[in-house]
Design a protein around this ligand. Structure first.
Ligand SMILES: C[S@@+](CC[C@H](N)C(=O)[O-])C[C@H]1O[C@@H](n2cnc3c(N)ncnc32)[C@H](O)[C@@H]1O
Length: 210
């Protein structure tokens, strides 16, 4: 199945057909190359665009974009805060190559494209961002998200965008049950932007999404 190829293979078999898009946000405008075999060929995903328009100020320090694709999130974060180092993590090598080229063209020298295992274990993140690969299925998605959320600094936040009909609300409830405070900061076009606070031992405050 060609359209889902990018979720399951490190090296997409589908022939390359690059297409350049322009990302235009209130504060930034830059070009990105996209390709077949990489999520959102020829366009910026609606959910990704929504996340980029919803996030508060980007903190300095170590950040990670989990499932970076061709790099729209990682590059935007890096341009918004040159004092951040943005790990752009993906299992798809075509995506990582695109992300590296796109970051260079956009002048985002603080993006580090990397396979997940190449990010040093000792690093803790000031923020995590993801338009996650929900089609992996619940068990694999949960494992993937926890891998990175558990590496947040104590007061840090993970910002996720997930389609409602692909399980945004049940994902929020599951994270809440694990002890994270989860806030739905935006809801538009069938997508939810969720802020997941690192577990810091503080008592539940009743404002969680269930
Ligand atoms: C929904 S796409 C988002 C891509 C990009 N961030 C965007 O917004 O256009 C999810 C990405 O997660 C990647 N992915 C799948 N499994 C992964 C894993 N175990 N670790 C990191 N990334 C993964 C896919 O290759 C895909 O690029």
């Amino acid at each position: 199945m060609v359209s889902q190829d990018h979720y399951f293979t490190p090296d997409p078999k589908v022939a390359s057909r690059p297409r350049t898009i322009r990302v235009t946000l209130p504060d930034l405008s830059f070009e990105l190359d996209t390709d077949r075999g990489v999520f959102a060929h020829g366009h910026l995903d609606f959910g990704t665009d929504l996340l980029l328009r919803s996030v508060p100020a980007v903190p300095p320090g170590e950040l990670v974009d989990v499932g970076c694709g061709y790099g729209a999130i990682a590059i935007t974060l890096a341009l918004r805060n040159p004092d951040a180092r943005v790990w752009a993590v993906d299992v798809n090598r075509r995506a990582l190559d695109l992300c590296a080229r796109n970051a260079e063209r956009a002048g985002a020298r603080n993006v580090v494209p990397a396979e997940p295992g190449a990010v040093p274990e000792r690093i803790r993140f000031a923020a995590v961002y993801s338009n996650p690969p929900v089609r992996l299925g619940k068990p694999a998605l949960h494992e993937l998200l926890l891998t990175w959320i558990e590496r947040l600094e104590p007061d840090a936040v993970a910002t996720l965008v997930v389609q409602r009909h692909l399980g945004a609300d049940s994902l929020a409830a599951w994270l809440t049950d694990l002890g994270h405070r989860v806030e739905r900061v935006r809801s538009k076009g069938g997508y939810r932007v969720l802020e997941v606070h690192a577990t810091d031992g503080s008592p539940h405050d009743g404002s969680r999404v269930r």
